[in-house]
Design a binder for this molecule. Structure first.
Ligand SMILES: Nc1nc2c(ncn2[C@@H]2O[C@H](COP(=O)(O)OP(=O)(O)OP(=O)(O)O)[C@@H](O)[C@H]2O)c(=O)[nH]1
Length: 205
């Protein structure tokens, strides 16, 4: 069965957990425990194929056994980089993360990387407190050639679901291409990377 690993990254409080929980349960829950990182798991059917989806929700605070951003980027097949439209500093963090993803994936086929990095401006319902213009988000996405979304975990279930579905679809295609390119000798180091993050707590929804 295919495994798709998506990392949802961004600075503290931008709504990473809210977006994941909204996608998995359709509900918006106001507060989430953020003292540990976790992987949410879900089985999906895509074009008649069964997929095991893993969604990684990092811990923004200092917590035991915390993985590094580099580990997280190496582990994932796809990236949802989130900022809060009402917090400009979170936009700068998102920019740094997207930059790092591109640096670490320089060896990969360009098209693969482009389709599996999404830049997401969350909390669109707080547009009266907006600190990041929509155009700034679009501009950054264009600069790093990633897809751009502006939405609200609190108010836009359909958009959130569409965004995750698109990512799963793209990451699944990227995965197939990766499998084709992977040489037998490469599988050992990939297994090592996966083992590095398998110590994490897992959650099923
Ligand atoms: N108004 C509004 N609030 C949101 C939205 N998404 C999340 N929040 C709120 O933002 C706060 C942080 O949300 P979390 O989902 O915990 O953010 P996080 O990025 O996972 O935070 P850490 O785990 O600390 O890194 C919570 O109070 C949420 O209720 C949204 O779309 N609109």
């Amino acid at each position: 069965m295919n495994e798709i690993k998506i990392a949802v990254l961004g600075s503290e409080g931008v709504g990473k957990s809210a977006l994941i929980v909204r996608f998995l349960t359709k509900r918006f829950i106001g507060e989430y425990a953020s003292s540990s990182e976790c992987i949410y798991r879900k089985r999906l059917s895509l074009d008649g194929r069964q997929l095991n989806l893993e969604l990684y929700d990092p811990c923004s605070q200092t917590c035991e056994g915390k993985s590094t951003l580099n580990d997280q980027i190496n582990w994932a097949d796809g990236f949802i980089v989130v900022y809060d439209i009402s917090d400009h500093s979170s936009f700068l963090t998102a920019k740094a993360i997207v930059h790092l993803i591109r640096e670490l994936h320089l060896g990969a086929a360009k098209r693969d990387v482009e389709s599996v990095v999404f830049l997401v401006g969350n909390k669109q319902d707080l547009c009266h407190m907006r600190e990041v213009r929509r155009e700034e988000g679009q501009h950054l996405a264009a600069e790093f050639r990633c897809q751009f979304y502006e939405l609200s975990a609190a108010e836009h279930y359909q958009e959130v679901a569409l965004m995750f579905s698109k990512m799963v679809q793209n990451a699944s295609l990227g995965n197939k291409a990766k499998e084709r390119r992977r040489r037998p000798s490469g599988s050992k180091s990939m297994a090592k990377l996966i083992n590095n993050v398998f110590g994490k707590r897992r959650k099923s929804v």
